[in-house]
Design a protein around this ligand. Structure first.
Ligand SMILES: C[S@@+](CC[C@H](N)C(=O)[O-])C[C@H]1O[C@@H](n2cnc3c(N)ncnc32)[C@H](O)[C@@H]1O
Length: 282
C-alpha cells in the first residue's frame, strides 16, 4: 500500500532544492538536476521507513531537532559507496613498483621508520584494507616498521561495515591465494561463505567518522593520502579547496592519489604530477 503511495509521490522542484542545498552544505555533494530521479528513488525508501506521507513531510522531519538521527540515514542513502579491493590497481602497483623502495631507503635512516596513510572516503573498507595488504606484503619481513592507516568516511553505515571487515567471496576475488590465506579468515554468515579480515590487518587501521567539509581533528604528516572517487561528487570550488587542504597533511614527498576520473585539471594546486591520478608534494 505504502509502496503504491510512494510511487505516486512527486518530488517537487522545491523539495529537490531543499535536499540538494542541505546535502551540499553538509558534505559538499553536488546534487545537480541530473540527479533528481536518483534522489527521488533513494528518498522514497527512507520515506517508506519513516512513515512520512510526502517528501515535504520527510524533509521537514529530517531538518527538525527530532530528525537528527534520520539525517545520517539521508546522507548514507544519498552518497555513492561503490568500492572494491585493489580498485584502480595501478596505484598499488606504483607503490610496490618504485615508490616504496625509494621511501624505504629514505626512512631507514631514521631510528623508528614509520608509514602513515589516510584513506579519506574509505566507504566499506576495501581501499584501506587493500593498502594495508600492499604495505604488509612489502614490509612484512621488516619487523621494526611502524605502519598505521587512518580510514575515514561521512557514512556511519559504511564505517560499520568497514570496521566489521566481513566480505563475500566475490568481493575478495582480487586478492591472490597467498593474500587470502595470510589476511582473511574464512567463515560462514547466514549460511554463506564469507571472509573475515584478520586481526593483524585490522590492527593497522583506525576507522573514524570524518566529514571532509569540517575541521580535521588531527595533525599528521601522511606519506600517502588516498581520496579516490570522492571528489567526483563535489563541484570544482570544493575540489580545489580540499586538494589544497590535503597539501598541509602530507609529508614532503608525500603522495595524493585521486580517482582516475578525477584529474586535478582546472584546479589551482602546487602538486607535481607523477602519473595519471598520482600527485606529489614536493
Ligand atoms: C564511491 S566511494 C569511494 C570509496 C573508495 N575511496 C574507492 O575509491 O573505492 C565515495 C565515499 O566518499 C564518501 N564521502 C562523500 N562525501 C564525503 C565527505 N564530505 N566526507 C567524507 N566522506 C565523504 C562517501 O560516503 C563514500 O563512502
Amino acid at each position: 500500500m505504502l509502496d503504491a503511495i510512494n510511487n505516486d509521490l512527486a518530488l517537487t522542484e522545491e523539495d529537490f532544492q531543499r535536499i540538494s542545498d542541505v546535502i551540499y552544505q553538509h558534505c559538499g555533494i553536488n546534487l545537480h538536476d541530473g540527479k533528481k530521479s536518483l534522489v527521488r528513488a533513494r528518498l522514497a525508501k527512507l520515506l517508506r521507513m519513516s512513515k512520512c506521507r510526502s517528501f515535504k513531510e520527510y524533509i521537514d522531519y529530517v531538518l527538525s531537532p527530532e530528525g537528527q538521527g534520520e539525517f545520517s540515514s539521508l546522507v548514507d542513502s544519498i552518497s555513492t559507496n561503490l568500492t572494491s579491493f585493489f580498485r584502480e590497481k595501478n596505484h598499488f602497483d606504483f607503490l610496490t613498483g618504485t615508490h616504496l623502495g625509494r621511501l624505504c631507503k629514505e626512512k631507514e635512516k631514521t631510528s623508528q621508520p614509520r608509514i602513515r596513510a589516510w584513506s579519506a572516503g574509505c566507504s566499506s573498507g576495501e581501499e584501506p584494507y587493500t593498502l594495508a595488504i600492499t604495505l604488509l606484503d612489502y614490509f612484512g619481513n621488516r619487523g621494526h616498521w611502524d605502519i598505521k592507516i587512518l580510514a575515514t568516511d561521512v557514512s556511519t553505515r559504511m564505517l560499520e561495515k568497514a570496521q566489521m571487515g566481513t566480505y563475500d567471496r566475490e568481493r575478495v576475488a582480487p586478492l591472490s591465494p597467498e593474500q587470502l590465506r595470510q589476511y582473511m579468515v574464512p567463515n560462514t554468515m547466514e549460511g554463506r561463505k564469507v571472509y573475515q579480515v584478520s586481526a593483524a590487518l585490522k590492527n593497522r587501521i583506525k576507522f573514524r567518522y570524518l566529514n571532509l567539509m569540517e575541521k580535521w581533528p588531527f595533525d599528521i604528516a601522511f606519506d600517502f593520502i588516498f581520496c579516490r572517487n570522492v571528489m567526483i561528487y563535489f563541484d570544482k570550488k570544493t575540489q580545489e579547496k580540499l586538494v589544497n587542504r590535503f597539501w598541509d597533511y602530507l609529508d614532503k614527498g608525500g603522495i595524493l592519489f585521486v580517482g582516475h576520473s578525477e584529474s586535478l585539471a582546472g584546479i589551482q594546486h602546487k602538486y607535481k604530477y607523477v602519473l595519471p591520478a598520482i600527485y606529489q608534494k614536493t
